[in-house]
Design a protein around this ligand. Structure first.
Ligand code: COS
Length: 378
C-alpha cells in the first residue's frame, strides 16, 4: 500500500515525535520504575490518545488505515506507551459498535476529559475462554448492580471510564452476557492488584473490582444478553492494531540491528559484511514488510465496510510472531551486547512477548483463522 499525502504527513509527524520524545527517554523511565506521564501528556497534546474518536464527537475522524499505521509508529517507540494510548480505542469499540448517540456522547466526553479508558473483559477464570465471565449485573429498578473482579486490565488504574462485560443471565452462558459503560467514579469501584510485568512496563495493568456498583440502565450497550457478540466484534477490530504493534517492534529491531551490525567490527571488518548476519537482517526486513501489508489489508477491508475477521486475526498472528522473531534475532545479531540492558534490544525482546498473548493468544487466532478456512473452502 502507498499512503496518500495526508496520511504520510501524519506518519512523518508521529515518527518525528517518537524519535525525539519517546525513544531517548523510555529506558530511563523503565529503569526507575516510573510511569511516563510526561511523555503521555505530550502524546495527548498530539491527540494520540484519541485516535479512534469520530469527527462528530470532537475527534480526528481517522480511517482504520491511518489509525493502525499511526499505532505502528508509536509501537516502534515503546509498546507500553502505545498500549496506554491505544487501549482507548479497544475500550471505545464496543461503544462505537453498539452504543446509541447519547452513549457515544457520554463516552467520548468522559474520554476527552479524563484522557484514558479501559476495556474490562478478562477475569481470573475468563481469559481465552472469554465467555466464562462471572461478573454479574443484576437488575434493581432503573439500575444494574455490578459485582465481580476483572483482571489484567490495561489502563485499569488510570481510566476515567470502562466498558465492562457482565453476566445478566447466568444459566445462558455466552448468550447471557451484556456490555455496559461504567464511569470510574461510581461508588464501589476499586483498583486491586497492580501487575509487575516482564515487559511492556510503561503500561499499567491491574485488577478492577466492582462491588455493588450501581449503573443506570441507559448505560447498557445494545441489546441485553448480546454483549458477547459486541465484544467479539470489538476484538476482531482491535486485533489488526495489535498486528501493527508487532510490526512497530519488528521495524525498530531491524533498524537497531542493522545500525549495530554496521559499526561492530570482528575479524577486522563490520559484522554486517558476514552473510550469516545479512541473512538474519534480510529475513527481518522481509517479514516486517509482509506483516505491514497484512494489517493494512485488514484495515482497508474495515474502511471499505467488508468482512475482516479472519484477515484481522491473520494480521495479529503474523505481525506479533514477526515482532517476537525479529526481537530474538535482533539480540542474536548483537551477541552479548544484545543481552545487556545498556542497549534497547533486550527491552524490545521482553516487550514483544505480550503481543503474542494479549487480545487473544496467537493460538486462539489460529483457531479463528482455521474456522474461517473451514467455512470458506468446501
Ligand atoms: N463476531 C461476531 N460474533 C461472534 C464472533 C465474531 N468474531 N465470534 C463469535 N461470535 C458469536 C456468535 O454469535 C457465535 O454464535 P453462532 O454460533 O451463532 O455464530 C457465538 O458468539 C459463539 O461463538 P463460538 O462458539 O465461536 O464462541 P466460543 O466460546 O467458542 O469462543 C473464541 C470463541 C475462542 C474465538 C473467543 O472466546 C475468543 O476470541 N477468545 C479470546 C478472547 C480474548 O481475546 N481474550 C483476551 C482479551 S484481552 S483484551
Amino acid at each position: 500500500m502507498i499512503y496518500d499525502a495526508e496520511t504520510q504527513a501524519m506518519l512523518d509527524l508521529v515518527r518525528d515525535f517518537v524519535n525525539k520524545e519517546i525513544i531517548p527517554y523510555v529506558g530511563e523511565y523503565e529503569k526507575n520504575n516510573e510511569f511516563a506521564w510526561p511523555i503521555l501528556h505530550k502524546a495527548e497534546q498530539m491527540g494520540l490518545n484519541l485516535l479512534c474518536l469520530p469527527e462528530e464527537y470532537g475527534g480526528p475522524g481517522l480511517t482504520n488505515v491511518q489509525t493502525f499505521a499511526i499505532s505502528e509508529e508509536v509501537a516502534r517507540g515503546d509498546i507500553g506507551i502505545g498500549t496506554t494510548l491505544i487501549a482507548n480505542c479497544l475500550a471505545s469499540y464496543p461503544v462505537l459498535i453498539a452504543g446509541n448517540d447519547a452513549q457515544k456522547k457520554l463516552w467520548f466526553d468522559v474520554l476527552k476529559e479524563k484522557g484514558y479508558a479501559a476495556f474490562c473483559l478478562t477475569e481470573p477464570n475468563a481469559g481465552s475462554d472469554a465467555g466464562s465471565v462471572q461478573t454479574t449485573a443484576t437488575e434493581d429498578g432503573d439500575y444494574y448492580v455490578l459485582n465481580g473482579t476483572k483482571s489484567f486490565i490495561s489502563n485499569g488504574p488510570i481510566a476515567g471510564i470502562y466498558t465492562v462485560l457482565a453476566s445478566t443471565k447466568k444459566s445462558a452462558g455466552i448468550m447471557g452476557l451484556t456490555a455496559f459503560i461504567v464511569e470510574r467514579d461510581r461508588p464501589g469501584i476499586s483498583i486491586g492488584k497492580e501487575e509487575d510485568k516482564m515487559g511492556m512496563r510503561l503500561s499499567c495493568t491491574s485488577e478492577v473490582i466492582f462491588d455493588n456498583v450501581r449503573v443506570p440502565k441507559d448505560h447498557m450497550l445494545g441489546k441485553k444478553n448480546r454483549g458477547f457478540k459486541y465484544i467479539m466484534e470489538t476484538l476482531d477490530h482491535s486485533r489488526a492494531g495489535v498486528g501493527a504493534f508487532g510490526v512497530g517492534i519488528a521495524q525498530r529491531v531491524v533498524e537497531e540491528a542493522t545500525r549495530y551490525a554496521k559499526q561492530r567490527k570482528q575479524f577486522g571488518q563490520p559484522v554486517s559484511n558476514f552473510q550469516s548476519v545479512q541473512n538474519l537482517l534480510a529475513d527481518m526486513e522481509i517479514k516486517t514488510q509482509a506483516a505491514r501489508q497484512m494489517y493494512l489489508h485488514a484495515a482497508s477491508l474495515m474502511d471499505a465496510g467488508k468482512p475482516f475477521s479472519a484477515e484481522s486475526a491473520i494480521a495479529k498472528t503474523f505481525g506479533t510472531d514477526t515482532g517476537m522473531e525479529c526481537a530474538v534475532n535482533g539480540v542474536q545479531v548483537m551477541g552479548g551486547y544484545g543481552y545487556m540492558k545498556d542497549y534497547p534490544m533486550e527491552k524490545l525482546m521482553r516487550d514483544a512477548k505480550i503481543l503474542q498473548i494479549y487480545e487473544g493468544t496467537n493460538q486462539i487466532q489460529r483457531g479463528v483463522i482455521a474456522s474461517a478456512c473451514l467455512k470458506k473452502y468446501r
